[in-house]
Ligand binder design. Sequence first.
Ligand SMILES: Cc1cc2nc3c(=O)[nH]c(=O)nc-3n(C[C@H](O)[C@H](O)[C@H](O)COP(=O)(O)O)c2cc1C
Length: 192
Amino acid sequence: MTSPSPSPDLADLLARRRSAAPDALAAPGPDAAAIARLMEIALRVPDHGRLAPWRLVLIEGEAKARWIERLMAIAETREDAPKARVSTRKLADAPLVVAVISAAVPGHKVPEWEQWLSAGAVAMNLLNGAEALGFGANWLTGWHAYDDRATALIGVAPGERVAGVVLIGTAAERAAERERVRPDQVVTRLSP
Ligand SMILES: Cc1cc2nc3c(=O)[nH]c(=O)nc-3n(C[C@H](O)[C@H](O)[C@H](O)COP(=O)(O)O)c2cc1C
């Protein structure tokens, strides 16, 4: 296999990608063909041991409206209800929500940590893939990724974990650039 030819446009997209604010995401979301393409991109991640230790749940339309209603009902019962309410509202605007669930195989010779990292790569590919297809996206967790009653709504089984939900839609506006860590702050070179 030879190296791929350089793709300056792709490099530019990766270097400039920016998450969209959840409330800046609106319809139209990706159609069936775009979702299929996005899934192809999302699942093309390094995966030690070929365990496919992740799965995705697509949430849109009527199912999304019901999901948010049910989340809101659970949010109201929490001690941090005002905060949980705000965090749940962030899920409301994007036409497509993709829940990324880490389904790591415990006790396997491939450490669970490596399997969790692979789920993170799926979420990251969703962000980059959405941008490449002309959509905005944002990767969130929040209380609903950790509350068992909330995770049960999307079928998260015992032992599985929510790596996050990726909100996807048409970004009404590009988010302002945020301050970035400079390479010289975090990158060092091993001395001989
Ligand atoms: C695992 C994970 C969970 C996150 N959860 C939240 C969250 O619950 N709420 C939030 O405002 N941002 C959350 N973020 C950060 C958002 O994705 C944020 O918008 C993003 O870091 C913006 O930076 P970017 O433009 O470099 O992508 C989370 C990020 C990651 C990686």
